[in-house]
Design a protein around this ligand. Structure first.
Ligand code: PEP
Ligand code: MG
Length: 379
């Protein structure tokens, strides 16, 4: 368990006095949120909710929801999941002690929660030979059929992000209600909570418009039901080039933008996040086709331009728009320098990178502000 020395802590407090860009952390459980808080993160910039669904005890309920034959059946499963999600969010809000927490609604394609297609096929084939009349075979055949229906050629470009919320609004509604029940409960105990609900993979303003309304409706329902008032904001990931290109329109429906530079790198270069590093990227870097791995160090010439454009267009529509970055680049020093130059309000990175990010943010501030001073004195 790494501990920060007193000297390093002192250095970090000096860094904090200098830096003009916030540092948050990516965390999706109370332990990581607690670590982030301890390391000086001023909030959660990205709470991914998918790991909560992967929990071994919950996966049967999640599968029941996905495999449901009717709306009623799906709602039964979602009703079981809601209190669990509420508990997840209460834990994270408590750990962050009043700092903002950006919670991203479900992002991965649903087949990620189902058994692997190949393994299932092997099991079905075995049963067909050994026990063709078994009810187990019937069950597995049905499951295989569903897995095949959900299977996609390009899952990362497929039915994920807000596209899930558009087709299955009840999933996002359950999550939004769980966030608001948690907020209402803690507000009732006198605790400060700042939930920020984030919609992933938006490419068209109409997607955000619809999902935003769904979240607002959920908040109204929970406030009416509990009689408790709480503050919240709604924003979006900017991680599809079209979202950056139309950020002026998207900002109409958003209180904040968070640049998802992992997906934005994937979609701007057209490189698969899952495959590029293992296939050709090493060759590209060795042969100097690319100076660096763009998934590790932000590509300022391409991906960065979309970030700049997103910030500029977004703030053109809404000057108070809050902006941050929550891709891996948020914890990398040259990328943090770029974020400072671009005027982002905060970077968000894994808890263990928070101290480094605090230092890099101070360095960026000092570097650029003292450059400015030099220009003035020589002019
Ligand atoms: C991103 O795309 O940059 C991001 C932060 O989201 P995820 O890595 O979960 O897709
Ligand atoms: Mg993403």
């Amino acid at each position: 368990e790494p501990q920060l020395s007193d000297e390093f802590q002192l250095l970090l407090t000096w860094a904090d006095q200098e830096r003009k860009i916030g540092v948050r952390a990516n965390a999706d459980n109370p332990e990581d949120a607690g670590k982030a808080f301890e390391f000086g993160a001023a909030g959660i910039g990205l709470c991914r909710t998918e790991h909560m669904f992967m929990d071994l005890k919950r996966i049967p309920i999640v599968q029941k929801m996905i495999l449901a034959e009717s709306y009623k059946e799906r709602m039964e499963a979602l009703d079981e999941l809601l209190p669990m999600q509420q508990g997840d969010f209460e834990g994270i809000f408590e750990a962050m002690q009043g700092f903002p927490v950006t919670i991203r609604l479900l992002d991965p394609p649903l087949h990620e929660f189902l058994p692997d297609k190949e393994e299932l096929l092997v099991e079905v084939t075995k049963l067909q030979i050994l026990d063709p009349a078994s009810p187990e075979l019937k069950k597995k055949e049905l499951l295989l059929k569903k897995v095949r229906q959900l299977d996609e050629f390009n899952p990362m470009l497929g039915h994920r992000g807000c596209r899930l919320g558009m087709v299955y609004p009840e999933i996002y509604e359950m999550q939004a209600k769980a966030i608001f029940y948690a907020a209402a409960k803690l507000a009732d105990k006198g605790m400060e909570v700042q939930p920020e609900i984030m919609i992933p993979l938006v490419g068209h303003v109409n997607e955000l418009k619809e999902m935003r309304q769904l979240v607002i409706d959920a908040a109204i329902k929970v406030q009416e039901e509990t009689g408790k008032l709480f503050e919240y904001t709604i924003g979006t990931m900017i991680e599809i080039p079209r979202a950056a290109l139309t950020a002026d329109q998207i900002a109409e429906e958003a209180d904040f933008f968070s640049f998802g530079t992992n997906d934005l790198t994937q979609t701007t270069f057209g490189y698969s996040r899952d495959d590029a590093e293992g296939k050709f990227l090493q060759n590209y870097i060795e042969n100097k086709v690319l100076p660096e791995n763009p998934f590790a160090v932000l590509d300022q010439d391409g991906v960065g331009r979309l970030v700049e454009m997103g910030v500029k267009l977004g703030r053109g529509t809404k000057p108070a728009l809050k902006t941050g970055i929550c891709g891996e680049h948020g914890g990398e020093k040259t990328s943090i320098d770029f974020c400072y130059k671009t005027g982002l309000d905060y970077v968000s990175c894994s808890p263990y990178r928070v101290p480094l990010a605090r230092l890099a943010a101070a360095q960026a501030t000092i570097r650029h502000e003292s450059n400015k001073k030099e220009v003035y004195t020589t002019a």
